[in-house]
Ligand binder design. Structure first.
Ligand code: NAP
Length: 249
């Protein structure tokens, strides 16, 4: 029997990278899965990859009403949710004096408000035993030049998880965070930076990583599966670094 047999799960940002890999693993483990994303082509390919039972929504996490609509459709279809993986996110890097307001709004709206909206919209669907997981980042607790705003959104998400853990524990809902190190996903092609700058960053990251490599989306997906399932039933309010040892060594 699958580790999520008969369960229902929502994965925001489930059309690419970490979210898509996790959604596929959830399906393989017996869950019914709903995903959100924005890009119409990726929504279509995800539909094909996840199969006919999956619910695939074009919905912007920074738009509270869009997330309410997603929650309403899930309620109509399944009635409840067992797992929420609030994962949708964007990465932009720039020195602070070049960080314009539109980029700041994009980072805060997607990476922070998006997580809040996801929780607010889905909370009425969560029953005792439900698991909520946020995607933060290993940059949440270290200083990296050029990443000030991105890192701040991820630290905010980590803080949010602690407070919500306290707020929701009496309702039997667990909230935890997965904090990936650098992972091989399409996000690195969507930074807005010139390719040679991204290549330089990637080389530096590999060099300083104890394992000398990027992580794979499947390595995050398996961690999220653990946090989503009853295998982690006594784990609450935690931030789990999956980063090849960068934070610890
Ligand atoms: P990715 O491949 O670019 O996937 C991002 C996903 O988020 C896509 O499905 C994207 O949808 C969706 N998304 C972006 N903005 C959205 C919005 N406003 N509303 C709804 N969906 C939206 O990136 P990834 O690497 O898998 O990143 C997933 C999460 O991991 C992010 O929170 C990221 O910050 C975090 N993370 C990544 C790394 C890494 O090295 N890859 C490291 C640490 C943390 P569309 O494709 O349709 O736009």
């Amino acid at each position: 029997m699958g580790r999520l047999q008969g369960k229902t799960a929502l994965v925001t940002g489930g059309t690419s990278g970490i979210g898509l890999e996790t959604a596929k693993l959830f399906v393989a483990e017996g869950a019914k899965v709903a995903v959100t994303g924005l890009d119409p082509e990726r929504l279509e390919t995800t539909r094909a990859e996840l199969g006919p039972e999956a619910l695939v929504f074009g919905a912007d996490v920074s738009d509270r009403q869009a997330m309410e609509t997603v929650a309403a459709r899930i309620r109509e279809t399944w009635g409840h949710l067992d797992v929420v993986f609030a994962n949708a996110g964007v990465f932009r890097a720039a020195p602070i004096e070049r960080m314009d307001e539109a980029t700041m709004d994009l980072l805060l709206g997607t990476n922070f408000k998006g997580v809040v909206h996801t929780v607010q919209a889905t909370l009425p669907l969560l029953a005792p035993g439900a698991s909520v997981i946020f995607t933060s980042s290993a940059v949440d607790s270290k200083g990296y030049a050029g990443m000030s705003l991105y890192a701040a959104t991820k630290a905010a998400v980590r803080s949010l998880a602690r407070s919500l853990s306290a707020e929701l524990v009496d309702r039997g809902i667990r909230v935890n965070v997965v904090a990936p190190g650098a992972i091989e996903t399409p996000i690195w092609g969507r930074t807005g930076l010139p390719q040679e700058v991204v290549d330089g960053m990637a080389a530096g990251i590999k060099d300083t990583n104890p394992m000398k490599r990027f992580g794979k989306p499947s390595e995050i997906a398996r961690t999220v599966l653990f946090l989503a399932s009853d295998d982690s039933s006594y784990i609450l309010g935690q931030n789990l670094y999956v980063d090849g040892g960068t934070q610890a060594l």
